[in-house]
Ligand binder design. Structure first.
Ligand SMILES: Nc1ncnc2c1ncn2[C@@H]1O[C@H](COP(=O)(O)OP(=O)(O)O)[C@@H](O)[C@H]1O
Ligand SMILES: [Mg+2]
Length: 381
């Protein structure tokens, strides 16, 4: 969707061009328009940018404007981040400050942040799956948990394959996506419900999928963009499941909106060591409560046992997903998540994991009240 921005200030063609270059429609306002355009504001303006580079003082009508139009966020354009002015601006209700000169990326990030701040609706739960090593069963766990969550009928579920290259969640779900996380990450400034949904495919298993790209990204991804994508997804879906890539620092640094991060290990020495380092870093960055240790392809007779893993990683294993190569492989090859098939022990363990994440017991009824994507479409989008 094309967003429109009211630009208040002396009029700078270079700034206007930068805004238009990011797909924004620019309307020019005088300072007095902040007080005088009350009727038209909400319908035609997504947000307001006030250019304070020449005169670093807030317009007299700003505070009243923010109060009257809480759904129209205000962003300041400044030449320096003066702390006194910043504090005053925050008190007046300003949502964001952008320092000039700014890059296209900085503008996108600021616009994405205020777009989310404008959306005050309910926020869905986000669960991230991160393998301590490739091949441990992370995508299998993420795909099946997303499938189980969609069977709860508590609201829409989105699986995001956050591998910026070579992700394979689409194969596990027999999906043929036209778009991918590349399109989302390149357009974080316009990630409203309609645009986000247009990038996803509905899978036969239930969840929608935002797939990994099969092309190179047109920009360098930073944590701000990853966070903006996760935030947008959480605002439009009841549950969001992330299949993460452990070698991408921008992705691992953008997980602030995530409720639980599952570290998936198995019973190989190298993986257990990897899980230990990973859990340590995540505990420090996001807090121990959010980091959950699970072991996949679990074999009770393996040389490295449950307690060995717990000792090395320094936390309790919360979930054991039994080894069942035949069932896992058949699901992969047919593109039908194993949780939709026979009642195997592996399917049962994945269901328990999904229910625990959703804070439901095995026999509990699904929590009602999650809104469908259409129910969550904002009035002005
Ligand atoms: N619990 C399991 N038991 C046995 N094999 C599994 C299990 N989970 C996954 N697999 C198999 O292991 C391989 C890698 O699984 P995948 O989920 O793609 O791992 P990752 O995403 O960690 O690379 C696949 O062939 C898959 O079928
Ligand atoms: Mg994988």
């Amino acid at each position: 969707m094309n967003q429109s921005i009211a630009l208040v200030g002396p009029g700078d063609r270079q700034v206007e061009q930068l805004l238009r270059g990011r797909g924004l429609t620019v309307i020019s306002w005088m300072e007095r328009d902040l007080a005088g355009r009350s009727q038209q504001v909400s319908a035609a303006t997504d947000f307001v940018m006030i250019d304070l580079r020449d005169q670093p003082r807030l317009p007299a009508a700003l505070e009243a404007f923010c109060r009257q139009h809480p759904a129209v966020p205000v962003l300041l354009l400044v030449s320096s981040l003066d702390p006194v002015l910043m504090l005053e601006a925050m008190r007046a209700g300003v949502k964001e400050c952008l320092q000039y000169p700014f890059s296209a990326e900085e503008l996108d990030t600021a616009v994405a942040r205020i777009a989310v701040s404008r959306d005050t609706g309910p926020v869905g739960d986000v669960f991230a799956f991160l393998g301590a090593k490739g091949g441990v069963g992370t995508t299998t766990a993420a795909v099946n948990v997303a499938t189980e969550l969609s069977r709860l009928k508590a609201g829409t579920v989105l699986l995001v394959d956050l591998h910026l290259a070579y992700g394979d969640a689409a194969i596990y779900l027999a999906a043929e996506p036209k778009f991918s996380v590349a399109d989302a990450l390149e357009n974080t400034h316009r990630l409203d419900a309609a645009f986000l949904q247009s990038l996803c495919v509905k899978t036969k298993a239930g969840p929608e999928l935002l797939a990994s790209p099969d092309r190179a990204l047109g920009l360098l991804v930073d944590a701000g963009r990853v966070r903006a994508l996760i935030d947008a997804a959480a605002h439009h879906y009841r549950y969001v499941v992330l299949d993460l890539c452990r070698t991408d620092p921008a992705v691992l640094d953008g997980l602030d909106p995530v409720k639980k991060i599952l570290v998936i290990a198995n019973q190989e020495l190298a993986t257990v060591r990897g899980a230990s380092r990973m859990a340590d870093t995540l505990n420090k960055r996001y807090g121990k409560d959010r980091v959950v240790l699970a072991v996949s392809r679990y074999d009770p007779n393996a040389g490295i046992g449950q307690e060995d893993i717990e000792r090395v990683v320094g936390s309790k294993i919360r979930h054991l997903l039994p080894s069942d190569y035949r069932v896992a492989l058949e699901a992969l090859n047919t593109g039908r998540p194993l949780s939709l098939g026979n009642q195997t022990r592996l399917a049962g363990a994945l269901k328990v994991l999904a229910l625990e994440l959703a804070e439901l017991s095995n026999d509990a009824r699904p929590r009602q009240g999650g809104r469908s994507i259409f129910g969550r479409l904002r009035g002005r989008s």
